[in-house]
Design a binder for this molecule. Structure first.
Ligand code: NAP
Length: 257
């Protein structure tokens, strides 16, 4: 029997087979969870449907996290399907390409707001929609994905670092609000992985090589390691853990010069 046997999980943020959310979906499914996925737009739907079929997941609907009507409709569909929800994975972030290079100082008011909305506020919006469905199951577990740029100034990460700092603070405040209902909220701070999103960050390769050379484990993080850790944190094995940002980064965050 798997460590999340019979749990019902919504995963938001699968774009393709390289997505961190896909690694989490595969591992949760292998450990016995039932999975629902969302997609953003027609192009991604074509990628997400065949992936969903590989793990017998349901594609529950389209979800752009800036659209309240789509959030309401996805959670209404989940209520109809399962009448409850145990696990929620939020693996969504956005910054304009121009804000992932050179100076942070140049970010515009509009781009700043858009990044914060998609990358941080969306966790609040999804957690709020999930709360009644998780309460119906006696509690739940919510997980988001962050990066070291939340707490350190990493070259070129710029706007996304500020959004991740807000996201990690949201995790703490949401864990306080939702804890009385036995709903846990945590973040995994993952090491650099080559995905659609990370390709927008200038000099991403330098960041990745720096980790391989200097991290305690002297290698890159494997995407499967995010899936494994996420499953452990989402599962009841972590029933005493909430409000945390946990590092899955081959130890890189602890080293200095
Ligand atoms: P990814 O495969 O590109 O996933 C990012 C997802 O966010 C995509 O599915 C993307 O959809 C979605 N998204 C963006 N705007 C959205 C919106 N308005 N509504 C709904 N979905 C939206 O990249 P990833 O690297 O796996 O990223 C997943 C999470 O891990 C992100 O929070 C990222 O910051 C975090 N993370 C990544 C790394 C890394 O090195 N890759 C390291 C640490 C943390 P579209 O493609 O349609 O925009």
């Amino acid at each position: 029997m798997g460590i999340v046997q019979g749990k019902r999980a919504l995963i938001v943020g699968v774009a393709n087979e390289k997505s961190l959310a896909w690694s989490i979906a595969q591992r949760l499914a292998a450990e016995g969870a039932e999975i629902a996925l969302t997609y953003q737009g027609e192009i991604l739907e074509k990628r997400v449907r065949p992936l969903a079929a590989q793990i017998q997941a349901d594609v529950i609907g389209e979800l752009d996290v800036t659209d309240d009507a789509q959030i309401a409709s996805v959670f209404a569909a989940l209520k109809k399907k399962w009448n409850g929800l145990d696990l929620l994975v939020h693996a969504v972030a956005f910054a304009e390409r121009e804000d992932l290079r050179d100076r942070f100082l140049t970010v515009s008011r509009a781009n700043f707001a858009k990044s914060m909305e998609i990358s941080a506020y969306s966790l609040v919006a999804l957690a709020r929609a999930a709360e009644p469905l998780m309460e119906a199951r006696g509690g739940g577990s919510i997980l988001t994905l962050s990066y070291l740029g939340a707490v350190r100034a990493i070259p070129n990460y710029n706007m996304m670092g500020v959004a991740k700092a807000a996201l990690e603070a949201c995790v703490r405040y949401l864990s306080v609000d939702l804890g009385a209902g036995n709903i846990r909220v945590n973040a995994l701070s993952a090491g650099p992985a080559r995905t659609l999103s990370s390709s927008a960050i200038r000099d991403f390769h330098t960041m990745a090589h720096e980790v391989e050379a200097r991290a305690p484990l002297r290698r890159a993080m494997k995407i499967e390691e995010v899936g494994k850790m996420a499953t452990a944190v989402l599962s009841d094995f972590s029933s005493g853990v909430t409000g945390q940002t946990l590092y899955v980064d081959v130890g890189y965050n602890i080293v200095g010069v």
